[in-house]
Design a protein around this ligand. Sequence first.
Ligand SMILES: [Zn+2]
Length: 245
Amino acid sequence: MTTIHTEAPADLPSTDPLDMLVVAPHPDDAELGMGGTIAKMQSMGWRVGILDLTSGEPTPHGSESLRRKETLLATETLGISWRGNAGLPNRKLEHTLDARELVASYFRVLRPRWIFAPYWQDAHPDHIAATEMIEAARFWAKLSKTNMPGERFHPERVFYYYCIHLRMAVTPDWIVDISEQWETKRASIEAYQSQFVHGREPQPPTFIDRLRDEAANWGRLINRQYGEPFATKEPLGLRSLEGIL
Ligand SMILES: [Zn+2]
């Protein structure tokens, strides 16, 4: 059964380490930014998790209970190994020491090899605060002699997905082919009816049409049907050139 964990990190049921943990300011950001890659890697046998930092509420057409149901449906759609909510305040997300320690505690308990954070430039203050918090928490998770649960742990990499509120022409560092995962991504986003369907323009291009067009544009750049862009601050190491399309 799919569960959204809301326990404190120290009280979480023990779990095998995650291969990747996507940290999202709000439920739906992970799906919007990289739902296709999440579904792809999980279907390839990776253990993928999503940590939402806040409830995402209030919003014009949502409520706490509705958003929880929508998140559950999106999580089932993606079929991921783990999802949790850190319970930090929506609209008031700040990179405080307490918030940093909380996120670092999740990293120590979940032990993700890689972390995915929102791209560092954005108009939404919650997103900017989240990215700073995640980067600092990655460093903090390896500290010794602290009160944080779990053992010292340092996620190997932090990468960035695009879920931005600026109409920027972004230049990603790589694009993942999500041609086979587009329908799953679309379904995971449509799970959030209160955010992306209700109250939105019903005439084409709808919000979802726009997303599909964007995915098609990223796909065009790699000669595939649909793609998802990512950024990194540190260079990528490849085992060989085989993975390049
Ligand atoms: Zn958001």
